[in-house]
Write a protein that binds this ligand. Sequence first.
Ligand SMILES: [Zn+2]
Length: 66
Amino acid sequence: MSDTGKNPKSRFIRVKCRDCDNVQTVFDRASSKVVCQVCGSTMVLPRGGKAEIHGEILERVDKDIE
Ligand SMILES: [Zn+2]
């Protein structure tokens, strides 16, 4: 498994859905689409690296993957 990013730490973002008030924590290098768990709206689209965030970014969270 290779790490393609410059940052060895994984980064998570708290994103608020555009269509409802649901807030989810998503990986900013998601390799697959992430949808809102409440309404199913697209929240993150993979872009071959840093993901494209659809929604309001509330804060960034640094933590290790478990
Ligand atoms: Zn939603």
